[in-house]
Design a protein around this ligand. Sequence first.
Ligand code: ADP
Ligand code: MG
Length: 242
Amino acid sequence: MSAVVSLTNVHKRFGAVKVLNGVSFEVGRGEVAAVIGQSGSGKSTALRCINALERIEEGTIEVCGHAVHDPKLDRRALRRDVGIVFQSYNLFPHLTAEQNIMLAPMCVKSLSKADARTLAQDVLARVGLAEKADHYPEQLSGGQQQRVAIARSLAMQPKLMLFDEVTSALDPQLTGEVLKVMEDLARGGMTMILVTHEMSFARKVATKVVYMHRGTVWETGPGAMLDDPQTPELRKFVGGEM
Ligand code: ADP
Ligand code: MG
């Protein structure tokens, strides 16, 4: 299996605070990696390093053939291959769902308006929102807005999708509809790394679980590892989350 993402001995500090302390893991094509761990363990930082939103001090990060650690990295080329979705949807409030999605394909990929609209309708259908194309963000629920944000990323046809706690701000019912979209994406073969607190989702959908503790990968394995933790730290974490 060819690795889409490969982190090797990654170190990152913010001032005096060491946040990543030798992080290594790989994600192969079509894999779904769930990154779990308590608040402050470095999950978001690791994800941001993968997309070159943070610079690392030591180690290497290869993503879709890009050497992310290289100071000469072509960030635009990297970000054409990698989609990222955060907890906050960051949709433009004055644009409809469809217009929010059309923006990047037109600006970055120079698609015509007609082609961008066709594409937007296609990705909206994939997240189950075909009939909401003309709605403005404030007319949509939080879960629907998050699905538009996911559709917006999909419109760029990424090779890798990163999700950072995308359901944390949603109530359980809306969480379910967003997780369903992510599960469909996973089943469709999308390579994904998701930071999540949804342990049952991680167990069901993830091909690999990465448990981070104090800036390192403390334990990693298939989803089933959550049923049989090898370290006291993961046992305690899983116990608290369930
Ligand atoms: P997680 O996502 O697992 O909760 P983060 O990666 O967000 O953890 O944060 C790990 C640690 O790094 C925390 O102690 C946090 O306060 C610190 N940190 C994150 N981002 C910054 C930043 N931009 N400046 C300073 N400290 C930061
Ligand atoms: Mg975080």
